[in-house]
Design a protein around this ligand. Structure first.
Ligand SMILES: [Zn+2]
Length: 269
């Protein structure tokens, strides 16, 4: 067995990404975004901002391409960086009493799901990505009987507003019909004041970019029907909202129904 077989092949079988000496990338090239080169110890792909790196990490988690231990330590490290970035870029603390209901022209009465409002935390694990269980989330429905994503009352699109302050840390705008991706065109915002990750899914169009600083009530998107289940006829048009509190790199669901019921309306902002 030559040196190549003894040193490089075991790394490939262990799931470590290695660039072969003949210019061929090994399987799982996406992992290269976060792993060091085994030779130089430098990041294989040097993404410029912490938000871009968080977005890359989130995509790896979403697509089941990174283990939970590695993902958790990377997530903890990146959120510390993003906290610094938020305040450096002029972000200020927004306490819960400044929060804004995330759909313009709507309030908590638009939240479906009966007594628990569809919120099921058990079975949820952030690190299972696109295959996670539970529904630690609220679906907030718009008036859209013909499913054209226009409000039946106004004939206009419905604006998705930021519930909290924070920094945009992940997003997906390339979703296409027929994709298996459940969130469709989504946005994740990190709120350093309250240690929250807030997720807005199924949008039709996004209006923010990675690293952008956000205040409560800022427009993030327009309500859509993007996502594996959300695009189906049986799904009424809605915003899917998830709030996770991060402790030591572990994001866990929090039920913010009370905060949503009290939140201001952002109609005029
Ligand atoms: Zn939902």
């Amino acid at each position: 067995m030559n040196l190549y077989c003894r040193l490089v092949l075991p790394l490939v079988f262990c799931g470590v990404v290695v660039y072969l000496p003949f210019g061929h990338a090994a399987a799982q090239p996406d992992l290269a975004e976060l792993t060091e080169s085994p030779v130089t110890k430098k990041p294989v792909l040097d993404l410029s901002s912490p938000a871009e790196r968080f977005n890359a990490l989130n995509s790896l988690v979403r697509d089941g391409k990174i283990g939970r231990v590695a993902a958790r330590s990377e997530l903890k490290r990146l959120l510390a960086e993003l906290r610094g970035e938020y305040y450096r870029k002029g972000g200020i603390d927004f306490l819960k009493d400044t929060w804004v209901f995330p759909l313009a022209g709507y309030d908590a009465r638009a939240m479906g799901g009966g007594r628990n409002k569809g919120y099921i935390a058990s079975g949820y694990d952030f690190f299972s990505g696109n295959r996670h269980g539970g529904h630690p989330s609220f679906d907030i429905f718009i008036h859209d009987r013909n499913q054209d994503c226009l409000d039946d009352r106004s004939g206009k699109p419905v604006r998705v507003l930021s519930l909290t302050g924070g920094i945009v840390v992940a997003l997906e705008r390339e979703w296409q019909q027929g994709s298996g991706l459940r969130g469709g065109k989504y946005i994740w915002i990190f709120d350093p004041t309250n240690d929250l990750l807030v997720y807005y899914a199924h949008n039709s169009e996004l209006f923010v970019k990675l690293g952008e600083i956000i205040k409560p009530g800022d427009q993030l998107a327009i309500v859509g029907r993007s996502g594996y289940n959300a695009e189906k006829r049986r799904s009424p048009s809605h915003l899917h909202l998830t709030v996770l509190r991060v402790r030591d790199g572990l994001p866990l669901p929090v039920n913010v129904y009370r905060e949503l019921a009290k939140a201001g309306t952002g109609t005029e902002r």
